[in-house]
Design a protein around this ligand. Structure first.
Ligand code: PHE
Length: 463
């Protein structure tokens, strides 16, 4: 009971602490596992040629994502506030420039930008949930599934409607500070999603080109790997682990002192990675058995999974459950996208939590209209080959999150005294040395080099 209370009041109370390590893992896993794993990972893997891309992604998770997640949790637990104030306070403590707080602001901006299109995609899942219940997918062919999806994208009014519904759902949860409730629900929903994915993989093994899919995902062909693909893989490592924008930092503020940051980080990263790989293994066998294009883009899961559901017994029911679980996974990620912004605004005192949430959510909703229209009315209006939605995704995942992550690594590895980080991480000497090495050299350097490559790409575009 008291656990529950502490849990649901976490957003209001600065002094609050997660009732335990388990609660923190739940919230952080809820943030990490979302559309990034099930919607985005398969389609960008398909667009970037498979195996080599997956390998780079896994290396980025291990070598960049894990050390930076540890750094972010560590900074959050030490700073104990929203990302802006946390960075400002920690910088003061370490005798560094208080301009480090700009890192917090960049994160808040990235969170709002991501939420703006995240809710558009979550809207697709909502719409598919109701379609599934109406039996739309029963016996559906590949062609009809494609037709159905194009129909949804073509109707900007539907997309706007679902975008609005999902945005409001998120706002209501964040505004009422009942996140704890949703995060508790994650204890049931996340394993349920996991079981559904296993079921889908089972179906794919029986009925799809499973071998071909495993080959596609796990045998790297480096001739398929472009510089842009490396950037996308790295950016996705940040996106899928919710890193580089302060979400994990904000949650870290509530992690009790005696919990091992290293062990919790590895648990979260492992769960996140397994879900993404399962999603790929559920989807690609169907892609290959129906002669579909792995590189067909953001619609990939929406055009393949219905075929599988349409073919299995009780398919409409399973499809309904699956898309509902996907909506919940998206919801527990979405709340962490706007939490830093809301927390910072509420600090100002002259605005209530409800007001702050509607303000942030409203702003993001407006911005999301650009993404809604990217799939229909404005689909041909491109800047350097990218629609508004493409730009939002590119700027946040491929630039802002890696940049934020790089600065977090620099702060944790160089600005912060080793005495502080050693004390906070409380690991054995070997693990600490490895973390320090990755955080000081590998993570920042890798991000820097890959971003340098992008600026070359940008030059080529503008030149
Ligand atoms: N990690 C979430 C996902 O994979 C998205 C997210 C990114 C959430 C950044 C919070 C912060 O869907």
């Amino acid at each position: 009971m008291s656990e529950n209370k502490q849990f649901s009041s976490l957003s209001e109370s600065k002094q609050g602490s997660w009732s335990g390590k388990f609660a923190f893992i739940l919230a952080a896993t809820g943030s990490a596992v979302g559309l990034g794993n099930i919607w985005k990972f398969p389609y960008i893997t398909g667009e970037n040629g498979g195996g080599a891309f997956v390998l780079v992604y896994l290396l980025c998770i291990a070598g960049i994502g894990i050390p930076i997640m540890m750094a972010e949790i560590m900074l959050g637990r030490r700073g104990h506030e929203n990302p802006v104030n946390t960075m400002e306070d920690l910088a003061r403590q370490e005798g560094a420039s208080k301009q480090w707080k700009m890192l917090g602001w960049m994160g808040i901006t990235a969170g709002i930008m991501i939420f703006s299109y995240y809710s558009v995609i979550a809207g697709w899942a909502l719409s598919y949930f109701f379609d599934a219940l109406r039996g739309v997918f029963s016996g559906i062919t590949a062609e009809l599934a494609d037709h159905h999806f194009s129909g949804l994208l073509g109707s900007w009014t539907s997309l706007l409607g679902w975008h609005s519904v999902f945005t409001i759902m998120t706002i209501v949860i964040v505004a009422r500070g009942v996140r704890g409730g949703l995060e508790k629900a994650v204890t049931i929903l996340m394993p349920a999603l996991f079981v559904m994915l296993i079921l889908m993989v089972g179906y794919a093994m029986q009925n799809g080109e499973f071998k071909k899919a495993v080959n596609f995902m796990f045998s790297p062909d480096f001739s398929q790997l472009s510089g842009a693909a490396v950037l996308t893989a790295m950016g996705h490592a940040f996106f899928t682990l919710s890193l580089g924008m302060g979400a994990i930092m904000a949650y870290g503020a509530y992690l009790p002192k005696n919990v091992s940051i290293g062990a919790t980080t590895i648990t979260i990263a492992l769960a996140d990675t397994i879900v993404a790989l399962l999603a790929g293994l559920a989807i690609f066998p169907i892609v290959f058995s129906h002669g579909l294009e792995p590189s067909s883009g953001p619609g990939l899961i929406f055009t393949t999974l219905p075929i599988a559901f349409g073919d299995m017994p009780y398919g409409s029911l399973f499809a309904g459950i699956f898309f509902l679980l996907l909506v919940f996974a998206a919801l527990s990620s979405a709340i962490s996208l706007i939490e830093p912004a809301v927390a910072r605004l509420t600090e100002k005192r002259d605005i209530s939590r409800v007001g702050a949430t509607w303000l942030v959510g409203g702003l993001s909703w407006l911005l999301g209209i650009g993404s809604v229209l990217s799939f229909n009315l404005l689909s041909d209006d491109k800047l350097a080959g990218k629609t508004f939605f493409d730009w939002m995704d590119y700027l946040t995942s491929n630039i802002m999150l890696p940049l934020g992550g790089m600065l977090i690594a620099i702060f944790a590895g160089w600005v912060m005294q080793q005495k502080s980080s050693r004390d906070e991480l409380a690991m054995n000497q070997l693990a600490y040395t490895l973390w320090l090495f990755l955080t000081r050299f590998i993570a920042p350097l890798a991000v820097f080099l890959v971003l340098l490559k992008v600026s070359g790409v940008l030059d080529a575009v503008t030149g």
